[in-house]
Structure formats: structure tokens, C-alpha cells
Design a binder for this molecule. Sequence first.
Ligand code: CAO
Length: 415
Amino acid sequence: MTKALQGVRILDFTHVQSGPTCTQLLAWFGADVIKVERAKVGDATRGQLRDIPGVDSLYFTMLNHNKRSITLDTKKASGREVLDRLIKECDVLVENFAPGALDRMGITWEHIQSINPRMILASVKGFGPGPYEDCKVYENVAQCTGGAASTTGDEDGLPMISGAQIGDSGTGLHLALGIVTALYQRTLTGRGQKVLAPMQDAVLNLCRVKLRDQQRLERNGVLQEYPQYPDGQFSDTVPRAGNASGGGQPGSILKCKGWESDSNAYIYFIVQEAVWPAICKVIGEESWFTDDAFATAPARLLHLKPIFARIEKWTMTKSKYEAMEILNQYDIPCGPILSMKEIVADESLRQTGTIVEVEHPARGKYLSVGNPIKLSDSPTEVVRSPLLGEHTEEILTQLGYTTDRIESLRAEGVI
Ligand code: CAO
């Protein structure tokens, strides 16, 4: 079976997490991704958070599947010559260097265009044009500057960083969409273009509902679905909402049986308007259905704390899985808090390829998250990440380099 991006060649200058998540997705969709790394050094994540001495870390392996690796010193003249050949042959150059690093290497947009006007240059940067455009940025900085940290956390606690890597992997997703869109436009124009996904912007895009709430707050002075309502104070900025639902249906995390000893014995429970009668029935509060204080959604907003406290009295009598099973019979939206341990044991995620077991020559078997996006005509087979420079000779030979030339590049320390 062909793959969606078969024939697309990606010159992958990415490192750490944001860029590699993008190029890994493109590789999963069938693009030929050539990862360029410095000889002997490689992507810094190969050596970070190692669990086995001397072996590529899980950090690296889980972000670089289905790629080929070439080592190349692009600051040496003959390395630049190889790079120019690659630019000529490839469709997209993806990079997430610090601002200005690509220019300092001499790979300006003008240079790329002069070699290959069809090339798409796709970049992740911490910030877009503006006062911070020259700053280096990592995940948590983006979560802070994109509005996520100020709106996440306990209502009276510190700003909070999410475990979900919305700054890195979230931006990688945005960039991947930008790249395939530019590839599509190129089929119409024949021209390449620059694609930029700033991490601050990507995080803000994912925090869109909080900008919605800022404007609602400015207009009305309160946010009725937030835990600060009705008893607490609102300032002039969106507060942290604890675990309250970010949507139009109130929600909360509730204890389940075993919560005293199991830190994940909780369920997320949504009081959806459509199933309010069913909720009353399940928890044994049928009278609430006709009680003015609880009968309508606006009335319930004044009493969310006692409502959730009563529902929790019920969830505490069930395990999170039992509660899920019962509530689903009534179409009550809910979700158990699943630990990583529970998720890796989930058979259905394995069946769909969202969790995959991969064999690596140095580390043996390990688990990874496979492609979460499923294309019926372009299935993903997850292939282990490349060793540093594993495909250097293969790629140089494809570019037309002779064995002698490859040897001299090696002797020069370029590859
Ligand atoms: N050959 C020769 N030199 C190479 C090379 C190669 N194959 N690959 C990289 N280099 C050089 C770069 O040219 C750069 O040199 P200069 O500093 O002389 O220009 C140098 O290696 C380091 O690159 P860098 O500045 O990008 O890397 P860093 O470790 O100092 O910073 C990071 C890392 C992530 C903070 C920075 O790259 C960045 O801000 N990127 C944009 C935002 C981003 O993607 N952040 C998310 C990262 S994941 O949390």
C-alpha cells in the first residue's frame, strides 16, 4: 500500500522535542525523513534522561521513529556542499534551531531559494516577530508565555505546568499541518514558502477558551462555571479554575473507592444538561429533578459545590471503572483518571497502534506512542529510531558521492 506522503523528502534539521515530533509524524505518513546531526554529538536528547548507559535514550527513540540519520558538520565547507546537495534534492527543510542559527550557518532563505525554489522552509521558534523573537525557548517557557500556566492550577495555588507537552509536541503538530498545507499550495503554485510555528502562538491557540473567558469576565465580572463562583472574588484576569470544566457543561474530578491509598482512584464527571434526570436517578436524588434550586442549568451553577459533593458520595462507593460502566449506561459523560501504568496495559490502545512495542538493537524492546492520527489508506508502521549516522553512507551514495569521497569526508571529520 502506498503512503500519503510517499515521495516527499524532508531535510530534518530538528532537535530536542518540538521539531522531531513534527518530522516523526511526516515520516509516519510516509515521507522520507533525513535527520541531519553533528558527528559524534547528535541530537542532545540521545544522551538526556538515559535509562541505560551508552544507549540512545527513550526521549530520543520515542521522538525519532521512521527517520534516517546522516551525520554532517554543516559549518565546514565540504559539509555545506553536501547540505546544498540535500537542499536541492529535498522538498522541505524543517528546523527548530535557536533564532538566527540557520542564518549563521549560511542557510538563508535566499540561499535556499537560489538552489531550490520549490523548497518549503519550516521552522519552530519560541516566539514570533516581536520583543522576544531572539529568545531560546523550552516547553515550560512556552506554557508560561502562551497563557496556559496562568490559567492552570488550583484556584488559590501557583501557576501550573501541564504534563501534556503542549509547547513542544503541540507546536510540532501545528508545524506539520503548516507543512502539508504548503506542500498542497505548491502543487498549485510550483513555489516553496516559509512556514513558521511559534511555540507561544501554538500554546495560545490551545488556550483559545481562556481568551474567550477573559472577554466574558471583562463584560460580566464573573465566570459562573469557575470554582470562584458564587462565593469567591474575581479580579480582572482569568483565574485558575482547578479541575472545573473548560466548556459549557460543568465538570469536576471526584473521589472513587480506594482514593485513600490510590492516587488515581478518581473519575472526571460532567453534569451534562441532557442527562441531568439520569444523574439524579443514579445518585438517588430524584427530588432534585423538580427542585427549583437544581432543576435548570443556570440554577445549578449556584450550587455546583454541593451538587458535586453529593455525586462524590455516590462515586466513592464505586471503583472508577465500576462508576464508568454504570454512568455510561445512562450516557453520562465521565472518564476515569488513568495512570501511565494503566494506559500501557490497555489492550485496545495496542490494537489500534497508539501504543506500540518497538525492538531496538541496543536497548531491546521498549514501548512508544504510535501515530495517533489514523489514515485508512495510509497505515503507520512504527520503525525504530536510527542510530547516530546509521544512514550516512546510504544517503551520500544516493546523492551520487563515491566511496572515495565519502572516505575523505570522514577523514576531514565532516561526517
Ligand atoms: N553542524 C554544525 N553545527 C550545527 C549542526 C550541524 N549539523 N547542528 C546544529 N549546529 C549548531 C547550530 O548552528 C548552533 O550554532 P551557533 O550557536 O553557532 O549558531 C548550535 O549548533 C546550537 O544550536 P541551538 O542554539 O539551536 O541549540 P541550543 O542547544 O543552544 O538551544 C533550544 C536549544 C531548543 C533552546 C534552541 O534550539 C531553541 O530555542 N529552538 C527554538 C525553539 C524550540 O524549538 N524549542 C523547543 C525545544 S524542545 O523543548
